[in-house]
Write a protein that binds this ligand. Structure first.
Ligand SMILES: NC(=O)c1ccc[n+]([C@@H]2O[C@H](COP(=O)([O-])OP(=O)(O)OC[C@H]3O[C@@H](n4cnc5c(N)ncnc54)[C@H](OP(=O)(O)O)[C@@H]3O)[C@@H](O)[C@H]2O)c1
Length: 302
């Protein structure tokens, strides 16, 4: 099997490359940073720039994205939608495994054992959710041989996204978190996601599949587990939504007026993710794709 992996320098793409190499596949890895991906050929490719010389592949596992809840909206759209278009144009005959996100579900109401058909929706809180939803639509409408995977809150060794954001919110031994810590969450182990990507690349299924662990846990359990993997002693301290939501709304409005793209840590997206249930129905992935989810586990070190 010959596979191209975009975002190979990232958290998910890196794990996908390792899994594909371990499976004996020919792996063509792409990213922007200088990198050495053992067992794979690695090439620089900024999805918003010129397309490098590409080898023919059977499947593309498209992990590259601006995976951020802030940043300039234009850059997020350029990477997540236009970049995805570039990938499809560059590999017109390959099967596409598009790594999307559970951020395409409605951020304004709880996601309760959500089935795939419940998204995309008409409204989002930031460019990330909106651009990932637009990319899904684009891929499904333009490329016949396509499968879309929607993970939520990916965790594991080498986490570049979830854990660093938690650590930056610790003040004096307290991790400040919106909500009450009781909202249920589906998390996705990075190893399980990588295995699902390989299953998706090999299969002939098309459509959209949620990918998550076999169980759900509360925000408080998830946060304590994630902090333990980093060996950090901090106590989650919960901030009532009725207090933080007006504050976040005001901060975002002020930022729009100033036109400054600085990241606001307390924003409505973060509140919507942590203060509301975000659980996924993974029946389709298990029954049809052969996804073998494991219980969420924090028995690793970051
Ligand atoms: N982590 C999560 O919790 C989570 C949850 C749901 C969905 N996802 C999805 O999983 C995928 C991977 O996320 P991740 O957590 O692995 O993020 P990550 O660690 O930030 O990796 C992002 C990757 O995309 C590449 N990239 C960004 N902009 C690019 C551009 N303009 N051109 C080419 N490459 C570009 C980066 O390359 P360089 O670093 O070399 O610049 C990096 O390899 C994304 O599609 C994300 O939406 C992640």
């Amino acid at each position: 099997m010959r596979v191209a992996v975009t975002g190979a320098t990232g958290f998910v793409g890196g794990e996908v490359c390792r899994a594909a190499v371990a499976a004996g596949w020919e792996v063509h890895a792409f990213g922007r940073r200088l990198a050495d991906i053992p067992g794979a050929t690695y090439q620089y490719w900024n999805l918003n720039g010129p397309v490098p010389r590409l080898s023919e592949v059977d499947a593309v596992i498209h992990c590259a994205a601006a995976a951020t809840d802030a940043g300039r909206a234009s850059q997020v759209w350029a990477t997540n939608l236009l970049g995805t278009r570039r990938v499809l144009d560059a590999f017109p005959h390959a099967r596409i495994v598009h790594v999307s996100s559970a951020s395409v579900y409605d951020p304004f109401r709880p996601t309760v054992r959500a089935k795939e058909a419940e998204a995309p929706v008409a409204r989002y809180l930031n460019a990330y959710g909106a651009s990932k939803a637009a990319a899904e639509r684009f891929v499904l409408n333009t490329h016949r041989d396509t499968i879309i995977l929607r993970p939520h809150a990916v965790y594991g060794p080498g986490d570049t996204t979830l854990l660093p954001r938690l650590l930056e919110n610790i003040r004096g031994g307290r991790l400040l978190v919106p909500g009450d810590g009781r909202a249920r969450q589906s998390l996705t182990a990075v190893g399980g996601l990588a295995r699902a990507c390989l299953l998706a690349a090999r299969s002939t299924l098309t459509g959209v599949f949620n990918i998550a662990d076999s169980d759900t846990l509360s925000v408080d359990e998830a946060l304590r587990g994630l902090l333990a993997t980093a060996g950090v002693e901090a106590t989650p301290t919960y901030l009532p939504t009725r207090l933080v939501l007006p504050l976040a709304t005001g901060l975002e409005a002020a930022q729009r007026l100033c036109g400054r793209p600085r990241r606001i840590r307390l924003n409505r997206y973060v509140i919507s993710q942590l203060a509301m249930e975000r659980t996924l129905d993974i029946t389709a992935a298990v029954d049809r794709l052969g996804h073998e989810p494991t219980p969420t586990s924090f028995t690793y070190r970051n």
